[in-house]
Design a protein around this ligand. Structure first.
Ligand code: ADP
Ligand code: MG
Length: 270
């Protein structure tokens, strides 16, 4: 099972948008997709049409080992399943700190869930993790559970500050908990082709950190900013927007590189 952590400790770089968009696109391709909201602000949970304040259980309870992940699982209208967040997750950081093996809480939970759904004949092909804007225990849990990391980066001057710190954290995780963790690369987001400096920022980042920069970039679009309030992914509300098409290209490439064949029904049009 492929598990992609979408991480960058900077807020507002389109982590959440990237997770919901790629997830919906993968689901359109017929893959079984699980999304995990690791952000106490629960923006992804909200943007997929759930009210975090009215949820009894969340990924918080799962990480603390209080309930099995399948009890927390939600279906979404956009196709993927979701392990939702609530504000309780803000306390998970502190509560996990005193626990042995705290870095492995999510990985173990995902293994349990995968076993449970596989018993019903529908294992997940891919899991996407929406990491919070910090490099704390929750992000470490994400990086420990992941097979690879995708780093969204807003193409503006100095937006790359912090990438070095993230790469240091990834190096630590490789040493301590997850040897095989790969970095897929940087995904340029909110890209404005009209400014030459967006391109310069990308070239600079690619050289500085020796990371692949994924192509095509995700164009900036006002349609994206409107989507979260609609409770549906931009893949649905702005189906033909350039950014939506770009996410589809990345979803296809990622799944093709994984060698996992789609077996589900086509969910397009749901
Ligand atoms: P993060 O999870 O990194 O904090 P979000 O995905 O929540 O970032 O995105 C931050 C804001 O930018 C949201 O309001 C979102 O709708 C908006 N946004 C994301 N991608 C784009 C885009 N390509 N064009 C315009 N706005 C975008
Ligand atoms: Mg977010």
């Amino acid at each position: 099972m492929m598990c992609i952590a979408v991480a960058n400790q900077k807020g507002g770089v389109a982590k959440t948008t990237t997770v919901t968009s790629l997830g919906t696109a993968m689901s359109e391709l017929g893959y079984r997709v699980l999304l995990v909201d690791l952000d106490p602000q629960a923006c992804m949970t909200f943007s997929l049409g759930l009210d975090p304040d009215s949820l009894e259980l969340s990924v918080h309870d799962v990480l603390l080992g209080q309930v099995s992940p399948s009890m927390v699982l939600q279906k979404t209208e956009d196709g993927p399943d979701l392990l939702p967040a609530t504000i309780d997750l803000a306390g998970a950081e502190a509560m996990l700190l005193t626990r042995t093996g705290r870095e492995y809480a999510l990985r173990n939970a995902l293994d349990d869930l995968q076993e449970a759904v596989a018993d019903d004949g529908e294992p997940y092909d891919v899991v996407l993790l929406d990491c919070p804007p910090s490099l704390g225990v929750l992000t470490i849990n994400g990086l420990t559970a992941a097979t690879e990391v995708l780093i969204p980066l807003q193409c503006e001057t100095l937006s790359h500050r912090g990438v070095g710190q993230l790469l240091d954290t990834i190096a630590d995780v490789r040493k301590m908990t997850n040897r095989k963790l790969k970095v897929r690369g940087i995904l340029p987001t909110m890209f404005d082709a009209r400014t030459t400096h967006a391109r310069d920022v990308l070239d600079d980042v690619a050289m500085r950190y020796k990371l692949p920069v994924l192509d095509p970039p995700i164009a900036r679009s006002i349609r994206f900013a409107e989507a979260p309030a609609a409770g549906r992914s931009i893949m649905r509300t702005a189906r033909r927007a350039k950014g939506a098409e770009a996410y589809r290209i990345h979803a296809r490439e990622i799944m093709e590189s994984s060698g996992i064949a789609a077996k589900g029904d086509e969910r397009v049009g749901k």
